[in-house]
Design a protein around this ligand. Structure first.
Ligand SMILES: Cc1cc2nc3c(=O)[nH]c(=O)nc-3n(C[C@H](O)[C@H](O)[C@H](O)COP(=O)(O)OP(=O)(O)OC[C@H]3O[C@@H](n4cnc5c(N)ncnc54)[C@H](O)[C@@H]3O)c2cc1C
Length: 400
């Protein structure tokens, strides 16, 4: 049992914050989660959890509820942006279990979020407090205090801020920072499977490679929905938020000249949402005394490897293990957590950035060049050489 009885305060009830809360509760800590939203909900979108992420979620006892809603992609394909020509590539799903011990799964974000909320509430029914927007953090030698809009304060032994890409706590501790616009905008939408023609309503993950954009669609929620994500080069939209609605005409215009199957998807989305992709360099430090950062708050990751949420999940396990090792010394625990996680997350952030050139580039405009890229870059052997280090990482057995 931890040496102190004051709670650990977790700011943010997203995937990172809730996984942290669960990992801490399982280790016997008292936890108070403070989430700014008035109700618990994730955005309507899919999320891929690679084997390195499911390894942690399974260790936290979530295998059974995940199985009830996840999709294991039996097949993955690459397609040419204009001709629609297709190539099979790296199978994940069941194949990832054989290779890495745990599967690569496809989820609706709301389903993953709900599983985490239920698991946290099983340990402590009133752990999650809503409508609590953190505005500042302060600390003394013995405690840390989070301050909230409206004047409330909550004190505890330590604060872990998983308050996302626009982290208020990061700003309090280290200043605002300067994100750089990548020149890319991401679109998202969900389509009921029964709204798609039979040849698209398949349990297949498809990546469309093209010259100035990328389209990815994969099934979620037991295959009842298809998640659509696209990324396009554009410089006239720079708002970094998941909740800004665009419209189908604008999305269709971004993919003018693309294969009609891409447009079938676009037409089937009721409301597409857009997000400008901004990049940030690695931070020198994440912690100050009894306060630390976690997930997108300290290492926001571009989506080109599908690993941002997974990094938050890995962080969560490690920070809880560090606090369990140094229960009466949060400062030391957070220093060790940073030590363990910094190199890993910095490489993932960097490699996600680099991977952009392989999912779209002007060189991929014609199908000969794209076929060549498939052979050079996307063959099983090459993909494994590039990605095994990512999926093999075991946050649950790191020596703290
Ligand atoms: C297009 C796109 C696709 C992606 N696909 C994938 C994928 O397939 N796989 C993957 O692993 N990652 C993916 N990611 C990345 C992933 O979405 C993020 O890395 C992940 O959501 C980070 O989790 P988090 O808990 O750190 O932050 P968030 O999910 O941003 O959660 C932060 C929480 O904190 C709350 N909050 C914010 N400010 C305050 C405050 N002041 N006070 C209290 N609460 C606050 C928010 O309301 C929110 O609930 C993708 C990202 C994009 C843009």
């Amino acid at each position: 049992m931890p040496a102190f009885s004051a709670p650990i305060i977790v700011i943010g009830g997203g995937i990172g914050g809730l996984t942290t809360a669960l990992a801490l509760l399982q280790r016997g800590f008292d936890v108070t989660v403070c989430e700014q939203a008035p109700m618990l909900r994730e955005v309507g979108a899919g999320v891929q959890i690679g084997s390195n992420g499911t390894r942690v979620l399974y260790a936290l006892g979530l295998e059974a509820p995940l199985r009830a809603v996840q999709v294991l992609p039996p097949r993955r394909q690459l397609r040419h942006w204009r001709t629609g020509e297709s190539w099979d590539w790296l199978t994940l799903g069941a194949a990832s279990v054989e290779r890495f011990g745990t599967p690569h799964i496809l989820m609706h974000r709301n389903d993953l979020h709900a599983i985490l909320v239920n698991a946290v509430r099983k340990f402590k029914p009133d752990a999650i407090n809503l409508g609590m927007q953190c505005t500042a953090v302060t600390q003394t030698a013995a405690a840390a205090t989070a301050h909230f809009a409206g004047g409330k304060e909550v004190s505890g032994a330590a604060i872990i801020a998983a308050d996302g890409i626009h982290s208020r706590v990061r700003q309090c501790l280290f200043g605002a920072g300067k994100p750089e616009f990548t020149g890319c905008v991401a679109w998202r939408g969900l389509v009921p499977m029964d709204r798609l023609p039979a040849h698209l309503a398949q349990l297949v993950t498809t990546n469309w490679l093209g010259p100035h954009g990328h389209v990815l669609h994969y099934p979620v929620r037991r295959g009842e929905l298809m998640n659509f994500i696209s990324i396009v080069e554009r410089d006239n939209w720079q708002v970094e938020s998941w909740i800004i609605a665009g419209n189908s005409d604008e999305l269709a215009a971004d993919f003018g000249g693309w294969h009609h199957d891409v447009h079938t998807f676009i037409d089937a989305i009721d409301t597409p949402y857009k997000w400008a992709l901004l990049a940030r360099g690695p931070m020198a430090r994440w912690s100050e005394g009894r306060v630390t950062l976690l997930g997108d708050a300290c290492h926001p990751t571009l989506p080109f490897l599908g690993q941002g949420a997974v990094m938050a999940i890995e962080d969560a396990y490690v920070v809880a293990a560090c606090l369990a090792k140094y229960p009466d010394d949060p400062e030391r625990a957070f220093a060790r957590y940073e030590d363990i996680r910094k190199e890993r997350t910095t490489s993932v952030v960097r490699k996600s950035h680099e991977n952009r050139a392989h999912v779209f580039s002007p060189d991929l405009a014609d199908s000969g060049a794209l076929a060549n890229e498939v052979v050079q870059y996307w063959q099983q052997q090459h993909v494994r050489e590039r990605l095994d280090w990512l999926y093999q990482y075991d946050a649950t057995s790191i020596a703290v």
